[in-house]
Design a binder for this molecule. Sequence first.
Ligand SMILES: O=C(CO)[C@H](O)[C@H](O)COP(=O)(O)O
Length: 224
Amino acid sequence: MSSYLIAPSILSADFARLGEDVANVLKAGADVIHFDVMDNHFVPNLTFGPMICQSLRDYGITAPIDVHLMVKPVDSLIPSFAKAGADIITFHPEGSDHIDRTLQLIKDHGCKAGLVLNPATPLHCLDFVMDKLDVILLMSVNPGFGGQSFIPTTLDKIKLVREKIVASGRDIRLEVDGGVKADNIAEIAAAGADMFVAGSAIFSKDDYQQAIDEMRAQLATVKQ
Ligand SMILES: O=C(CO)[C@H](O)[C@H](O)COP(=O)(O)O
């Protein structure tokens, strides 16, 4: 398996000083910035759009930006996020009428593409698009809010998706999002995840470096 990536979710960052907060979390050792886009329609919360992504780039953030679109419909936002500096764009199958077409649209705009599965979304929607996926994101909470508890049945789902990835023979990241903390990250990695979104577990701490170091220390205990 490839190396582990830690992706702080800016949903829990300080929006009043976002550029500085993102720069600080990257300085503390984050690999990727996770950018949660919510539309108050697909999920019951409202966050930010492509202009904020562009603002982070203009501020000087060069790290990969992983845009998680919790919106419906999804297609019309893809070109503007690609232009605003997204590297990875993921969406929920429920947000697209034509999943294959939406994946291709993301790739045509030069980004890595991924599907996001909610805790109760079955795995069969992955079956005929594995060849187009760079990332599979499993939600370990119901989307909409940070600070929720990890849903334990996600561990079995991670194992099943890891088997699918191995069977595909492709290099697909398996990302997990929701309730990820230093005290459960090793178990999540042992189940087969290799990319970890954490919002409150990092941004609620005074010392981001210590929070990320604790996660990496736990990941170092996982047998690969
Ligand atoms: O997508 C999300 C919510 O829809 C967030 O990324 C996720 O919940 C992370 O927050 P936390 O680590 O605090 O659980």
